[in-house]
Ligand binder design. Structure first.
Ligand SMILES: Cc1cc2nc3c(=O)[nH]c(=O)nc-3n(C[C@H](O)[C@H](O)[C@H](O)COP(=O)(O)OP(=O)(O)OC[C@H]3O[C@@H](n4cnc5c(N)ncnc54)[C@H](O)[C@@H]3O)c2cc1C
Length: 313
């Protein structure tokens, strides 16, 4: 989790707004912002501070204030793989969606961290460039998808990723060139480092625009058929592990848990590895259901499923 943990943090929202009102940033600063609005689960209490910088110097200014005042922070993309807590976030959530530029250089597409990844896929298809179409319809941003090394229809982000620029813990802008050995299934070298992804470049292949747009639309249609967009959710709850012999969804299904509910949280009737918010779910409901699944799987099969969803507490 991209959070800077500081012990004994207790600043009032009023004092935080005074601190931030003194600095100039290109972007938006909100206080007491409901995080449910920023997560695909539609769940989460308020963040003391919700900062949406639009450029690097604004991001740097925000970070320096946070560091000076020992205020914890969390870096947010599209909120499509996380579960915010019911009590919200004491500190600052930094929303990266303001980093929204897209540019092309031959077969290379460069994306700001905050670009909707599905939109990037569509832009690539429109330029007759192949490689990103697999991700069309997947919620989230470029930054979050690189961080998670998202994987759709047998294609991982790392298969096409070329370069990443990021801000390191010391505030230095760095460039990373992909080494395949740094990546794994839903694993990237950015996880748990505190580095903030600013932009990423992908190497694509020339192809036919119409073929690509058709393929992309088929992927999205498949997601629609699987109910991905029917209820608020965060996609797959658990990673798949080949050693377990079956995908996590099948394993959960085998325990008869499809459709099972706790409070407003329900194992999707359409896909057992997805938990949906049935309208009034709390983070506590979702966590309890996840824990129940983990325990039942362990009791029955003797192994533990690994969570893909990240808890932000
Ligand atoms: C309906 C649905 C279907 C989905 N299908 C798939 C699928 O097929 N395959 C798949 O892999 N995933 C899937 N997901 C999960 C999700 O779409 C991906 O994990 C996506 O890549 C998350 O991106 P995000 O921007 O929303 O990240 P967030 O959820 O906002 O953040 C995830 C993590 O990335 C970090 N992060 C985000 N941006 C940055 C940044 N700029 N710098 C550093 N760290 C950052 C966050 O701190 C957090 O730790 C699905 C989700 C939904 C809701």
């Amino acid at each position: 989790m991209e959070t800077c943990f500081i012990y004994k943090y207790h600043k009032s929202v009023e004092s935080l707004s005074k601190i931030f009102n003194k600095i100039n940033i290109n972007g938006v600063m909100l206080f007491n912002e409901p995080l449910a609005k920023h997560s695909t689960f539609n769940i989460g209490g308020n963040a003391d501070v919700f900062a949406s910088p639009k450029d690097i110097s604004s991001l740097e200014n925000i970070l320096s204030v946070l560091k000076e005042n020992n205020i914890p922070w969390f870096i947010l993309g599209g909120g499509a793989n996380i579960l915010f807590s019911d009590s919200g976030f004491r500190g600052a959530v930094i929303d990266m969606k303001g980093f929204s530029s897209i540019s092309f250089n031959g077969n290379i597409i460069k994306s700001g961290a905050g670009v909707e990844f599905s939109l990037l896929a569509e832009e690539a298809c429109r330029k007759s460039l192949s490689g990103l179409e697999y991700f069309y319809g997947m919620p989230g941003t470029t930054g979050g998808s690189v961080y998670m090394n998202a994987r759709c229809y047998e294609k991982s982000v790392s298969d096409i990723l070329y370069k990443v620029s990021y801000l390191d813990n010391l505030g230095k802008i760095c460039e990373y060139r992909v080494k395949q050995s740094d990546f794994g299934y839903k694993v990237s070298p950015f996880q748990n480092t505190g580095n903030i992804i600013l932009a990423a470049e992908f190497i694509l292949q020339q192809s036919g625009k119409e073929i690509l747009l058709t393929k992309a639309a088929e992927f999205k249609k498949d997601r629609t058929a699987k109910g991905h967009y029917s209820y608020p959710c965060a996609g797959s709850v658990f990673k798949n592990n080949r050693d377990f012999g079956h995908p996590s969804g099948k394993i959960i299904d085998s325990l008869g848990l499809r459709g099972f509910s706790i409070g407003g949280a329900q194992v999707s009737p359409l896909h057992a590895n997805i938990i949906i918010n049935n309208g009034n779910a709390t983070a506590a409901d979702i966590k309890e259901l996840i824990q129940l699944i983990e325990d039942k799987v362990f009791k029955t099969y003797g192994f533990r499923l690994e969570k893909e969803i990240i808890y932000i507490d």
